[in-house]
Design a protein around this ligand. Sequence first.
Ligand code: SF4
Length: 507
Amino acid sequence: MPRYKDTDASAGQGYFLPVNLRNQLLPGTFEHMLNEIIGTKIDISIFDKKYKNDLTGASAIPPVILLKLVIYGYSKGQNSSRKICKLNQENMVAKALTGDMDIHWTTIADFISSNGEEFKEIFVKVLMYCNELGLIGGETFATDGLRLPSNASLENSGTKAQLEKRLGVYRKMAEKHLTRHLKKDESGETVTEDEQKRFEKRQRHLNQQIAKLDNFISNMEDKKGKEGQALQSNVTDNESAMIHSSKGFIQGYIGIAVADEKNQVIVNAEAVGTANEGEHLAGLLDGTIKNLDESGFIPEKEKKQTALCDSNYFSEDNLLACEERGIEAIIPDVQEKRRKDADGNKKFDVNDFKYDVAGNKCVCPNGKTLEYKGTPTLRGKEYDKYQASATDCKACPLFSQCTWSEKAQIEITQGRKLLIAKNTEPDGCGSMCNQMREKMATEEYQAKYSRRIQIVEPVFANIRYCKGLDRFTLRGKKKVNGQWQLYCMVHNLGKCLNAYSEKKKCA
Ligand code: SF4
């Protein structure tokens, strides 16, 4: 059996070794590039105007050092200020980047949370450098959003009415708690020191909750949705939203990224506190055009740019927004699959029913009558409701093409319902949505759309799993947006590494 030297003795052993900090930054590594380009190739003088200590006050830690440390920390999956601070205390590479400067975690936290606007500008400067290295293609972009929780409590969400109800519950709980304690006092039962402390702690907590909720409710107005319905507000961070994610409902933000096809460089990044990312497409397109322009990228005039978006962005407004900007949109309709039955036949929609004005009723494709059943209001919109009889639908040969319900024909107890929105034009042929549906049915557009996953999903995989961003650690849109821009910046700098090293070799 071969014998090897025993290494156990050196495990966990501390050493005094002479360290040359500069030698820790090995050429060809991310940290070496970071040290070389931040502050030189990437101008960060924007931070200077924030420091007012020219004549008096203590010297500040240079922002260039802080930025290098934060970017390095994020690239190593350290997304809290305390962890980044620890990294700077224990990691030789981090020490080399900061010149062995002793930086308190509160300084790091303050730098990240108070420079949201500045990070936006630095993001463009990084983009400028990406363009200098020839990493931007500028032809095809893919857009998607990463749904992450932020520093806000999901339990503290609700409409004004819901929060008022919760306040009442808290008040009752506080009252009950106090009464129970007073009763104990009156009965002459001895209260131990521990019990007294527990009582005071609980009472303090309940009073704080009541005061916080009361203060919030007295200053709030319900947020309104697109159709006028009341949306949930949040007591801890009212700019965040209750978002449906793969892990259920979370309270947080959607980090949206627009990635360029050539090298998956993020050309625009924005964190939004809304449940639906689709409503931001027009702003994202404008931001992308502006960022590319500021980064010095010159698009080829004869080539039309293409935006690949998932079905969350499918709407007439978004398709129009793309057309107005001269961008070809490729966006599938998520309902398209549901619009076909098991045999691939198109399911009936509102256009397949004939409206009988005189009788105020509808006639279905099977020739049966749908009677008028009133005008319900759904999400602030008025609809005319018509309904067929269950007997007709049960015996109908077109049933599978008519209903979207999963229920079997024999199980149905009510006939097919039809809702027609009042005062709105139906989405008839010729609308941009229909044109897009027709395009998406062709192989050419299917092939084009399949590129979306290859362009944008690796970007999120890198940020989410390699860089470890599993939640935003801040509150408020401005701060969260700053943090998102920083992560996207880290991703883009990672993309620069190969081209930078090649350039260095050639120089
Ligand atoms: S399922 Fe009912 S409403 Fe639909 S086509 Fe048949 S009879 Fe008409």
